[in-house]
Design a protein around this ligand. Structure first.
Ligand code: BMA
Length: 365
């Protein structure tokens, strides 16, 4: 009996302490990191595809490239704290994304950015499986329905599309990401938009995606973000909300578009609208106990020389958003950019923004 005493005592100790502490998953660690950052009063700045290309350049030999080039770093001296990557095309088994970025480069950039201390978020603009068109092909209102149980494309979705997506996300290993599928669902420019499927169909699409990746595949590196487009109210926001059990971050996508009256008045309207919509997302995030973020924003080509410090910063600074992400600087479309780049007229204002409290970038070592 005596020889078993140490084992019995150890077992009793484990029981009285509630057993060994469960190991935190990569997703839980990222959640804790973001929560702490919000508690510290920080707003992380994010940029889409930051390490893969920028205004008039792109990584060529990605396997050999150190991935230390960044438009954001060239202006501010720091990397963006959050980097967005895009998986459109993964569902087709393509080698590169719809923006011509090799999926090998995307994987390498995501892992490296996380190793450097950054946060990664993933968007997905899958093709239209019913028509063969792209994500913007809204010619049919049967697409979402066709993917759900009982639909003609359900098997394709479950046996090919989601497994390919799952393989990529699994290949990230311990790198956690904020996954943000089926975004801007409150508008109707993607085939999963509000005029193209019912709220129940949309929620089923989101929850099927969640259940496949999280339950069937058992992935432990995903936080989930819901990000309708702006221009809605709290009720409309909740209409398609997939549920507290599957969502970690309440997001919002909202861009500024310059109207006929020029960028001055448009900036004021945009800032007021951001304040209105982040206001209700904030209230919802408290009620639902979720993190919140401005998941996409920007002003294409940034013609307003004071946009960062004069428009965006005052609009967001008082909200506990985990991050704000501006969209990509396309290497092949000279006017399609949303972050500063070296030599651009608005770069000094972007640098000034990067130095403002509570905005946080990632120190380059
Ligand atoms: C859009 C544009 C497109 C791009 C797509 C997916 O907003 O930037 O050029 O293909 O996002 O990244």
């Amino acid at each position: 009996m005596m020889k078993y005493l140490p084992i019995i005592l150890a077992a009793l100790a484990a029981v009285s302490c509630g057993g060994p502490k469960p190991v935190e998953t990569p997703a839980q660690k990222l959640h804790a990191k973001l929560s702490q950052s919000v508690k510290d009063g920080k707003i992380l700045y994010g940029h889409q595809d930051d390490l893969a290309y920028g205004h008039a350049w792109k990584v060529e030999d990605w396997e050999a490239d150190p991935l230390d080039r960044s438009d954001v770093k060239a202006v501010t001296g720091k990397y963006p704290a959050v980097m967005g990557v895009e998986l459109g095309g993964i569902e087709m088994g393509d080698k590169a994304s719809l923006d011509s970025v090799d999926f090998g480069l995307i994987r390498k950039a995501a892992k490296l950015h996380a190793e450097r201390g950054g946060v990664v978020t993933v968007s997905w603009h899958p093709r239209n499986p019913l028509t063969g068109g792209d994500a913007w092909d809204v010619s049919s209102d049967q697409v979402v329905k066709s993917l759900l149980e009982g639909g003609e494309l359900h098997d394709l979705f479950m046996d090919t599309w989601l497994p390919r997506l799952g393989d990529f996300l699994e290949s990230l290993g311990e790198t956690p990401v904020i996954f943000r599928p089926w975004h801007e669902c409150s508008e109707s420019w993607f085939w999963w938009g509000s005029k193209l499927c019912s709220a129940d169909e949309y929620k089923a699409l989101f929850r099927t995606t969640w259940s496949y990746l999280t339950e069937t595949r058992g992935l432990k590196n995903l936080l989930w973000c819901y990000s309708p487009n702006g221009g809605i109210d709290a009720d409309e926001y909740l209409e398609r909300y997939p549920g507290d059990d599957v969502i970690d971050l309440m997001g919002l996508d909202q861009y500024e578009f310059i109207g006929p009256d020029g960028f001055g008045p448009s900036g004021e309207r945009f800032a007021a609208e951001i304040i209105r919509s982040l206001g209700f997302v904030h209230a919802l995030s408290i009620g639902h106990n979720k993190l919140m973020c401005l998941s996409e924003t920007g002003l294409e080509g940034i013609p307003d020389p004071q946009w960062w410090t004069g428009v965006l910063y005052p609009a967001i600074k008082d909200f506990p958003i985990a991050y704000v992400l501006t969209w990509r600087n396309a290497w092949d479309k000279p006017g399609h950019f949303y972050a500063g780049w070296d030599g651009f007229a608005n770069a000094p204002d972007f640098k000034a923004f990067s130095e403002l409290d509570p905005i946080a970038f990632l120190e380059a070592k």
